[in-house]
Ligand binder design. Structure first.
Ligand SMILES: Cc1ncc(C[n+]2csc(CCOP(=O)(O)OP(=O)(O)O)c2C)c(N)n1
Length: 322
């Protein structure tokens, strides 16, 4: 509690990160036990999701990529409905038709999860143009999440150039997690920071420690305020790390154990926990309590998802364009 007796927002961000972690671990367990649909987790990247999404307002929109669970949960998505989606059940956000790789939640302003790498970068310009033309909510901006691999594609430059030239209200969020599927980032790009590419397009750009949720949140708030004030795009590069494999299951044999250990020591949840305990905002006892609450909620979500029905076969040809 702070002086006004309100809960510290940093504790709430920590709980959101714990929820994302518990959700993804549960899906990994379900996949291992039952062979049910796998997923691309963003374990280790929770600070990026929570720090940015908590800087957005309900009128804003999100266009995201294949590692989107954290973005959706941080936006307030129901974990049971998300799990039902991944398991292909009718109560999923897209009636079980999208799985984790295409999930969207219109009611939350999450327009699309693109599993085509870089697809989100092409679509975000259209969504932002619609916002600018008054087809969205007044003053709304669009945040797009993508990886360092997507930044190596031509569409990254087309998107940035168009957004800069047309002055589109886009928050570009590159989660630079050091890996592009099974390829190391330094094998595909000669520069250290993607920020320099964005800056070359005249887009206001900054690189932040993506495992520090407070630093991410401060940078995201600043960028969102700038976009709302100017109507111009901003770019955030969040340096982080994917602690699990590219997808599930993946034994990560291609990863140097020393590199993994280095980043595990910078686990965003551990970092925030230690910081908040040291600052007297919380205690280890309270954190145990929060973890139990989070785990119970995720167990309940799994029960809900597993209890949800399979779609009727007649649904196969509905909600499709062709
Ligand atoms: C156009 C396209 N090329 C290749 C793939 C296969 N693929 C899926 S994820 C991925 C890696 C993307 O790396 P990055 O953008 O850094 O995101 P990360 O997976 O690290 O979050 C690849 C190559 C794809 N889905 N789409």
């Amino acid at each position: 509690m702070n002086q006004a007796n309100e809960p510290d927002p940093r504790l709430s961000m920590l709980e959101a990160m714990m929820t994302i972690r518990a959700y993804e671990h549960k899906l990994v367990a379900i996949n291992a036990q039952t062979g049910a649909a796998g997923t691309c987790t963003a374990v280790g990247q929770e600070a990026a999701a929570v720090g940015v999404v908590r800087a957005l307002e309900p009128r804003d929109r999100i266009v995201t990529n294949h590692r989107s669970a954290g973005h959706l949960l941080a936006r307030g998505a129901d974990a049971g409905r998300m799990m039902a989606e991944v398991l292909g059940r009718v109560d999923g956000y897209c009636k079980g038709k999208s799985g984790s790789l295409h999930i969207s939640a219109k009611e939350l302003g999450v327009v699309l999860t693109s599993t085509i790498v870089g697809g989100e970068l092409s679509m975000v310009t259209g969504v932002a143009l619609a916002q600018k033309m008054g087809m969205g909510e007044p003053g709304g901006i669009v945040a797009t999440f993508f990886g360092d691999g997507a930044a190596c594609e031509g569409i990254f430059h087309e998107s940035m150039n168009l957004a800069a030239q047309w002055q589109l209200p886009i928050l570009y969020v590159c989660e630079n997690n050091q890996w592009q599927a099974f390829v190391r980032r330094d094998e595909t790009m000669p520069i250290e920071h993607i920020r320099t590419w964005a800056a070359a397009h005249g887009v206001e750009s900054v690189t932040v420690d993506g495992n520090d949720v407070e630093a991410v949140h401060v940078a995201a708030r600043k960028a969102v305020a700038a976009i709302r004030a100017t109507g111009r795009p901003c770019f955030l590069e969040l340096e982080t790390y994917r602690l699990r494999g590219h997808f599930e299951p993946d034994d990560q044999k291609y990863v140097d154990p020393a590199e993994l250990a280095k980043w595990k020591a910078r686990d965003p949840i551990d970092l925030t926990s230690a910081r908040l305990v040291a600052a007297g905002v919380t205690s280890r006892g309270e954190l145990d309590h929060i973890r139990q609450r989070v785990d119970a909620a995720i167990e309940a979500a799994a029960v809900f998802a597993n209890g949800s029905a399979w779609p009727d076969l007649r649904e196969l040809t509905t909600d499709v364009y062709a």
